[in-house]
Design a protein around this ligand. Structure first.
Ligand SMILES: Cc1ncc(COP(=O)(O)O)c(C=O)c1O
Length: 389
């Protein structure tokens, strides 16, 4: 038992999150077939025998910077048609019309999921179907066709397997997989593009925040907003991210880790952080802002809610006034890139509040359980983990 939790703790230091596909068998065949085909046509991708041999990487110092890998996946379709067949190719620049919808009108979405390596060497994904569903919802909002769930998951698998030598050893990080969907066809007047590109690339990553594993120091922003009612805050549109850069840069220059945004109508309720969701714990009850269209429905967020309820915690999804956050016992953030990370301090209108950190945190218990499910130490009752080799 002690050894098990020590192992878990060491994994938690580096691991992040993911989630589940129930029809695993169906996906397994197509990925394997694609992988064998790739190996047949291009022997250099046959990395299964010596995954690490050809990759001279300092796995101990991975951050969250781009480290280009070998292959990317591309699939295209025309407006009003469905995606049909995609393919892997060498990672590299893509050609785009200067009048592409994505460049001119921001008609684009992205996703983020991860491939991990287990202690036994096997590779897995966490709930890639949830990313596929989120991309479909976003595509509907942005007037784009989207890959089916099966196409999306299979493409993620193919990308992970083709770049398998870049998947870090267990406990050292993961392969961050970035699916994109964009209007790539030329358009001049404001309208949906005539052609769409679904593209996936990958990069090995470690810890997201430059502070490493230290609790976050958040700044509550009341001048800039991330999303508004009826806008696109609830989907992973590329247009949600550049507008927060100014607030983020300003906060970082002042020594904060990230920014927590408020609702744009009354500036009284908390929403989310630039790239992660937020939870508070008060008297052992967990609360997180409800997702009503201005907050991203994080895959990690919903997984942590399920885990917390399984563990007997009461979890509330509702509006949370900033004053309530300031009186919480514990606060933490969740996201595929960031994992489950405690918040140590929050500053609001010049007032600084400190939260419980250290050991015996609720967030630690939840993250241990999540990582336990991912690594196979805890039973994966919901079929969240998708083995890919
Ligand atoms: C704005 C925002 N909120 C929350 C999240 C967390 O979502 P997930 O857990 O699916 O990574 C992300 C990351 O994708 C994000 O960009």
């Amino acid at each position: 038992m002690i050894r098990r939790s020590a192992h878990l703790r060491s994994l938690i230091r580096y691991f992040d999150v993911g989630s589940s596909v129930s029809k695993l068998g169906a996906y397994k065949f197509s990925s394997r077939a694609a992988s064998s085909l790739l190996q047949a046509i291009e022997p250099s991708t046959d990395s299964s025998a010596n995954d690490d041999e050809k990759t001279a990487i300092d796995w101990n110092n991975l951050g969250f910077g781009l480290m280009p890998t070998d292959y990317m996946y591309t699939m295209k379709c025309f407006k009003d048609e469905n995606f049909t067949q995609g393919q892997l190719s060498r990672y590299g620049n893509i050609e785009l019309s200067p009048s592409a919808g994505v460049l001119n009108y921001g008609q684009g979405l992205f996703e983020g999921t991860k491939a991990y390596r287990r202690g036994n060497g096997h590779l897995f994904l966490f709930r890639p179907d949830q990313n596929a569903i989120r991309m479909q919802n976003g595509a509907e909002r942005m007037c784009m066709p989207s890959p089916s769930i099966e196409q999306f998951v299979d493409a993620v698998k193919q990308t992970a397997l083709a770049n398998r030598r870049w998947i870090p050893p267990p406990g050292k990080g993961s392969l961050y997989i970035r699916p994109l969907l964009m209007g790539s066809g030329p358009i001049l007047g404001l309208a949906p593009a005539s052609e769409y590109t679904f593209l996936i690339y990958a990069s090995p990553v470690g810890i997201y925040f430059k502070e490493g594993l230290a609790p976050l120091n958040l700044y509550i922003e009341d001048e800039f907003h991330r999303a508004s009612c009826g806008g696109a805050g609830g989907i992973k549109s590329i247009t949600n991210y550049a507008p927060v850069l100014k607030a983020l840069r300003r906060a970082k220059e002042r020594g904060f880790s990230d920014v927590l945004y408020l609702d744009s109508v009354n500036k009284t309720n908390i929403e989310e952080v630039s790239s992660c969701n937020i939870f508070l714990v008060k008297d052992n009850v967990l609360s997180t802002p409800a997702t009503n269209g201005t907050i991203l429905k994080g895959v990690t967020r919903i997984s942590i809610i399920d885990i917390a309820r399984d563990l007997g915690y009461q979890v509330e999804e509702r509006s949370i006034p900033v004053e309530e956050l300031l009186s919480a016992d514990e606060v933490f953030c969740t996201g595929t890139a960031v994992g489950v990370v405690p918040v140590g301090r929050i500053t609001y209108e010049g007032r600084r509040v400190e939260y419980r950190t250290g050991s015996r945190l609720v967030s630690q218990e939840l993250y241990s359980t999540l990582v336990g499910i991912q690594t196979g130490l805890i039973e994966d009752k919901r079929g969240w983990v998708v083995e890919i080799d």
